[in-house]
Design a protein around this ligand. Structure first.
Ligand SMILES: Cc1ncc(COP(=O)(O)O)c(C=O)c1O
Length: 356
């Protein structure tokens, strides 16, 4: 089955084989070596040449994101959340669940936020400590302006927290240079590992700042995990085999290089989009806003999503439905994972038959 949903993705045989490296207790030195290896590779891939730390966490991306959100804001201060899709909304929901006061800056789901509006909001409210932004809004496939927002957040002396769960290794992001303080990712999207591990990358100074704050939860308190990792251990039982797979996926990523992976995805998206245009399908976003890994398309007149999905699945392809307010209007095609040009060619043929 070719997975054209935005994760979990098809992985290489090498990553699948890593699952069988064997049984291992998470309190043994071999596990400490695995943990070190994963953390080192994460920093090498996403924040090379800078003083950053990586914290892998057992759970999906949401768990890692909630750990970052609930650990990052000093009691009595606020989180500004930029909302232009389901995942921005989810960050707001997380903050509210942890009784963190939120300032929302919403814009249309098909538009980028204005960094100057963020600058004005920060100038107007000194209680805002952290700004949260989704790098790649998976809801639509829109890439938010992390670099520009990073500049205004840095100029205002605040912290930028980025959800790059569907962005890291799929679209360009330079964590250190763009002024990101904390960034959240996951194993099973553009990193091409298996589901079950999320991770947080943070400047070391940010991790130290968070360590001085009172903990809001037990499992999600990020500095607790980092402190355990610094002792070459884990706070709680880890998903050992999924970490084996992530370790292998990160080796593959470093061999391919992050820049080449991003280019490969951009080429795949270009191939798909040329095919969509040839089929007369309408894309939701204008070209400059689109990511390299997801295309949102309007459902053609008279086509019901479920029928389209089932016809394509019968030919071996899984597509993804629209989310939230766009649920009935669009469908999504992702090009994440260990896929080839020929897979996309065959998919375009199946799509032509499904809508024809
Ligand atoms: C941008 C973004 N944030 C958060 C999540 C949630 O991740 P998970 O489903 O792994 O919990 C996703 C999942 O698609 C996402 O794309």
């Amino acid at each position: 089955m070719i997975l054209l949903n935005p994760g979990p993705v098809n992985v290489s045989p090498r990553v699948t084989a890593a699952l069988a490296r064997g049984d291992l207790c998470h309190r043994e030195p071999e596990f400490s070596d695995l943990l070190d290896s994963v953390c080192t590779k994460l920093v090498r891939a996403f924040a090379p040449d800078a003083d950053w730390v990586a914290v892998p966490l057992t759970g999906s991306g949401t768990l890692a994101l909630e750990a970052a959100v609930s650990s990052a804001v000093t009691p009595g201060r606020k989180l500004l959340v930029v909302v232009n899709g389901v995942y921005g909304e989810r960050i707001r929901e997380m903050a509210e669940a942890h009784a963190i006061e939120v300032v929302s800056l919403a814009c249309a789901w098909t538009e980028r936020p204005d960094p100057q509006a963020i600058a004005r909001a920060l100038a107007a409210d000194p209680a805002i400590e952290v700004v949260a932004l989704v790098h790649h809004e998976t809801t639509t496939g829109l890439v938010n302006p992390v670099q520009e927002v990073g500049r205004v957040v840095r100029d205002a002396g605040r912290v930028l927290l980025v959800d790059s769960i569907s962005g890291l290794a799929g679209d360009p992001i330079e964590l250190d240079a763009w002024g990101v303080g904390i960034c959240v990712g996951v194993a099973n999207k553009c990193v091409q590992g298996l589901p079950g591990i999320g991770f947080v990358l943070a400047r070391r100074s940010e991790m130290e700042r968070m360590a001085a704050l009172p903990q809001r939860t037990v499992y999600l308190h990020l500095p607790r995990h980092h402190a355990a990792h610094a002792r070459r251990s884990v706070a709680f039982t880890a998903a050992v085999q999924i970490l084996y797979a992530l370790d292998e996926a990160l080796s593959e990523l470093l061999e391919e290089t992050v820049a080449a992976r991003v280019e490969r995805y951009a080429r795949a998206a270009g191939q798909l989009r040329a095919g969509f245009e040839a089929l007369g399908l309408e894309m939701l976003l204008p070209e400059p806003l689109r990511s390299s890994s997801i295309t949102s398309l309007r459902l053609p007149g008279g086509v019901v999503y479920e029928t389209l999905h089932d016809r394509l699945k019968a030919e071996g392809f899984v597509i993804y439905e629209g989310q939230g307010a766009l649920g009935r209007e669009i469908f999504r095609v992702a090009n994440m994972g260990a896929l080839q040009r020929s897979d996309f060619e065959r998919f375009l043929g199946a799509l032509a038959r499904a809508i024809g």
